[in-house]
Design a protein around this ligand. Sequence first.
Ligand SMILES: [Zn+2]
Length: 249
Amino acid sequence: MHRDVFRFLLMILTLAVGRAAGAQTLRLYAVDVGQGSATLIVGPTGTALLVDGGPAGSGWNAGANAPGPVAALFAQLGITQIDAMLLTHYHADHYEGLTELLNHNYIKSGGIVYDRGNIPAPENGFTAGVNAYITAAGSKRTQIHVGDAIDLGGGAAVRCIVRAGAIWNGPTVNTAPSQQLENSNSIGILISYNNLQIWIGGDLTGGGTSDGGQTTVDVETPAASAIGDVDIYISDHHGSPTSSAPGFY
Ligand SMILES: [Zn+2]
């Protein structure tokens, strides 16, 4: 759980980066979903990957029976259905919006929903919320492993660098002692396009202590060499004191 985290960006941050021949761009949108995380990446040929979906209401606002901020962004961009989703870890401020988007048909029929699978199990077990996500993802749900790549088209790609403490071409960190186990087990990905590198690590921990006194395991620092220098860093764990370890820079 992460009651202590900071509110994420209060605006939709649009970055059109990695300009290549033919004026193709990779676009990244950090959506304002309040306390939570949702990042849309649109590759140079239009392949759209949503990394986390924010808390309830981010995908679809049930009360108003209207699109939430993530679906509203899709509409603004002229996207009716995306190609893929990736859930970094099983916390509600990351999966609830995905569940809503899945249930409102915002992913293509052949789309893929990546997560770490059922092992290791969610820290708080298979709650109603987690099970609703799993049901919504259905047969699209695909377990991602360290080293797996996702093609974003036009030379852009995603690589899974960290998953449940396992680091690509590196050690496996024992996350069990973490008092924020679910966060420590986050999937972390590196997005590459030409010489541009973007890091998204969910709520990955760096050995810091939460405002509530929970200690964490440092997965960030051992992962740093596998990640290398990046151009854009989506702050791990929303800028919480558990994360962004000094050794991660
Ligand atoms: Zn979070």
